[in-house]
Structures are given as C-alpha cells and as structure tokens.
Write a protein that binds this ligand. Structure first.
Ligand SMILES: O=C(O)c1cccc(C(=O)CC[C@H]2O[C@@H](n3cnc4c(=O)[nH]cnc43)[C@H](O)[C@@H]2O)c1
Length: 235
C-alpha cells in the first residue's frame, strides 16, 4: 500500500491488527504488517506527487523482485479531492481508471494528452473484479480518479477537468505515478481515496482530513478479506 505521507500510512495500518516492523531499503522504508490471518502487507509513505511516489514504489517493487518475493498487487491510497456532488467529503472512491490529467501539452486549441503527441500512456485500469468487490464491501463509489501535479483551486480549472473527464469522481497527486511503477513490473494496481475536500476554489478551512483518514481506516478494515480471496489471475 503506498500512501503519500506517514499520517495516511498510519490510518491504513490502523485497520490491521498484528505486529509491524520497519524494513529499510535503499531509498525507502517499508512498514511490514504480519496480520494474524492473510498475507503480509507492506505499507509505504511514498511521498507527495507522482514523481516521488513512482520512484519510491519502483524501489520497493525492485527490492521485492530481487529478493524472490514479488508483490501481487500495489494499492495507492490516501486522501483526495472529490468532484461534487458525486463524491462528498468523507466518502470513499475506488478508481476504475487512474488517469494523469495534466500530462501533455497545452495548445491554442486546448489540452493534448501525451498519447496524442505520440508517446506514453495516460490511463491505467485496475482489475475490474477487484474494483467491483471493493465497491461491494466498502460502499465506495467507482469512477475515474485523476492524478494532478497541482491541486485544483479554481472553479475554471474544475470545470475544465470535468469537461475533459466526465467520469472523474476524485483527484489526487500520486495514483498515476504509483500505477506507472506497478505497470513496469507487471503488477496490478488499485487506487482508493477518502475524500477530504471538494475539488474547486481553494478553501483550506473546509478540508476534513481527520474525517477522511477515519474513512480510510474503516475502508481498509473491510478490504482485507477481499484481498485474501482475490485471485491475481482474474481480470
Ligand atoms: O492548500 C493547502 O493549504 C494544503 C494544506 C494541506 C495539504 C494540502 C495538499 O495539497 C495535500 C496534497 C495531498 O493530499 C492529496 N489531496 C487531497 N486533496 C486533494 C485535492 O483536492 N487535489 C489533489 N490532491 C489532493 C494529494 O494526493 C496529496 O498527497 C494543501
């Protein structure tokens, strides 16, 4: 599980009982949980933003592969902004697509994603069966989660994102980076966000980080049995 900051990592850890110890690797420190039942789980505070998140997750994936213990799944998790009214503050959003919303070029005729410039990718799709199972147990809403390098802070930018991504429920800053690292290792990815604020004109006083962290802990508590019964070879 890759969160941006330690506060989010500890909110996820709060859902799991059992011992936890640190594993120091070049470039990253994992918090390894060994639950009484089910597979071991590594938690990583991977940093804020897609670049640092990608490099941190890639370091962990490479270490696992070299140790002969490759990961089955990578989960990007944390707080995020919700597009209103579809993703209210305190709700959970699971990504059925993880899309880089600002990776491309501005032109006089509008934004062009890198794919239209002839390279790269802008979307990763988590396994459908896992997304559906997650929705069923947590009540999370499923939709596109956008990755941005700049937190949206105006009505104009919000409207532009909604127009380009009508299925978007949330935005955050790490999912696409985490998904790129996972894809490079052939490992499936999930993104789960607890909504701490509405996407829109910046209103710091309205952020509900504590409420979102509590929703994250509750969501992960329900997620554990799903992960245990998930078959990695199912699409
Ligand atoms: O604007 C501020 O004063 C401010 C205060 C505390 C934190 C921030 C952040 O930008 C946190 C970014 C962090 O949280 C995720 N996140 C949460 N909400 C959003 C959002 O609406 N848009 C993008 N990212 C968001 C993000 O994944 C980062 O890890 C600002």
């Amino acid at each position: 599980m890759a969160t941006a900051v330690p506060l989010e990592r500890d909110a996820v850890a709060g859902a799991f009982a059992g011992p936890r110890h640190e594993v120091r690797l070049p470039g990253v420190t994992l918090h390894r949980l060994s639950p009484a039942t089910g597979p071991a789980l590594d938690l990583l505070a991977a940093g804020v933003g897609p670049a640092l998140a990608a490099s941190s997750v890639a370091a962990a994936l490479t270490a696992g592969a070299l140790e002969g213990a490759p990961y089955d799944l990578v989960v990007s998790a944390g707080i995020g902004g919700g597009f209103q009214p579809d993703a209210p503050v305190g709700s959970l959003v699971v990504a059925d697509e993880i899309t880089a919303a600002d990776l491309g070029a501005e032109t006089p005729d509008g934004f062009l994603p890198v794919t239209e410039l002839g390279f790269g990718t802008v979307t990763h799709r988590p396994p459908g069966a896992l997304v559906r199972a997650l929705v069923a147990v947590t009540g999370a809403r499923a939709g596109a989660v956008l990755t941005v390098s700049t937190v949206t802070g105006t009505a104009g930018r919000t409207a532009a994102l909604r127009a380009r991504h009508p299925r978007a429920l949330a935005e955050a800053m790490e999912g696409f980076g985490v998904a790129e690292a996972a894809a490079a290792h052939g490992v499936p990815v999930l993104e789960l966000r607890a909504v701490s604020n509405a996407v829109g004109p910046r209103d710091r006083a309205a952020w509900r980080i504590g409420e979102a962290l509590a929703a994250l802990t509750e969501g992960f508590g329900k997620l554990a049995p799903v992960l245990e019964s998930w078959n990695p070879h199912e699409p």
